[in-house]
Design a protein around this ligand. Structure first.
Ligand SMILES: NC(=O)CC[C@H](N)C(=O)O
Length: 322
């Protein structure tokens, strides 16, 4: 019997499997916690959680899955969805490309010809995306952003003021990108409001369970499988998953697509989400990062899960229902 057949027969074996994965990687200490945002350096590096939510709303999780942390770059996925709903695909494409960069997430680089940021999953593209969120003033734009997160998560959300302030005070690289994009007409004035909203979206508090529900919502055509609320129009889910697949893991995106083979997104606080379309959302949280800014344990767990469950999109033996 294959692993997939065993899981279809006995779903509790998925819980047993992630419990084993957790024990296997619990002692792994490779990597370092992000410290370029001073508040992030204070996190307990030992925190570790794995959550899986399938499209039927069934939940499998282990470890510190209730521990709150700031969502950081994983927010880029969801902000892109809101911008798509606000303006439509054609307009968004004129402001943010869909090409992987092969560069670090915080590279100060724009497309030579079009002057667009390369894609919405790296900082420059995410700042441009966030600058497009509609609203009559900064408060309305923030509230629309928080409402959007609320639909994906299924509860009220809030911004961690310390992390927001820490990043706002030290985020000169992001500010430089915004000025560069202003120069080329890719974002409009006032850039400080766009940057503030970007720093706020990065400082939204989530736990690993929430991230798995958010990923499961994308797996479930935009409908939160726990609350049944539509968080994003289903026609935009393919746009989001495409850029996650090609750009979500920054300069590791190619290797990730080859090895793990499912759309994913990581953030510097140590979260990773992965989406198995029509099946499930996966989230891992562990703050120690590799040189590219991806969670070390998170990458390992996703690699093993993908192999064990046959999750790769181009897997020759199709995944059975879990
Ligand atoms: N990779 C990340 O999670 C980066 C997000 C972080 N807020 C930044 O702008 O640098």
């Amino acid at each position: 019997m294959t692993n997939q057949e065993e899981l279809a027969r006995n779903p509790s074996s998925l819980q047993a499997y992630i419990d084993d994965l957790y024990s296997k990687y619990e002692s792994l200490q490779d990597g370092v916690v992000a410290n370029y945002i001073p508040e992030l350096a204070k996190v307990d590096p030992e925190l570790f959680a794995i959550s899986i939510v399938n499209v039927n709303g069934e939940i499998y999780e282990v470890g510190d899955y209730q521990q709150l942390f700031t969502i950081q770059s994983i927010s880029k996925v969801f902000a892109y969805g809101l911008a798509l709903m606000d303006h439509g695909r054609d307009y968004i494409l004129t402001r943010v490309g869909v090409e992987p960069t092969g560069d670090a997430f915080n590279a100060i680089v724009l497309d030579e010809q079009s002057k667009r940021p390369y894609n919405p999953m790296v900082n420059a593209g995410a700042i441009a995306t966030t600058s497009l969120i509609k609203g009559s003033d900064a408060t309305e734009r923030l509230n629309r952003m928080l409402d959007m997160f609320q639909k994906y998560i299924g509860r009220d959300v809030f911004v961690d003021i310390s992390v927001f302030t820490s990043e706002r005070t030290t985020g000169h690289r992001n500010r430089a990108m915004a000025h560069l994009m202003l120069n080329f007409g890719m974002i409009d004035k006032p850039i400080d409001e766009a940057l503030d909203l970007y720093f706020q979206q990065c400082a939204v508090m989530v736990n690993c369970h929430d991230l798995a529900v958010m990923a499961a919502t994308l797996a479930n055509k935009g409908v939160n499988p726990i609350t049944n609320e539509q968080a994003i129009k289903s026609c935009y889910v393919k746009d989001i998953l495409s850029v996650m697949y090609t750009c979500g893991m920054y300069n590791f995106a190619g290797e990730w697509a080859y090895k793990v083979g499912i759309p994913a997104k990581s953030g510097v606080s140590g979260g990773i989400i992965a989406v198995v379309p029509n099946k499930m959302g996966i989230a891992v949280f562990s703050p120690r990062l590799d040189a590219r800014g991806n969670s070390v344990r998170g990458v390992k767990v996703c690699e093993e899960l993908s192999q064990h469950l046959g999750l790769h999109l181009f897997e020759c033996s199709p995944l059975v229902n879990i």
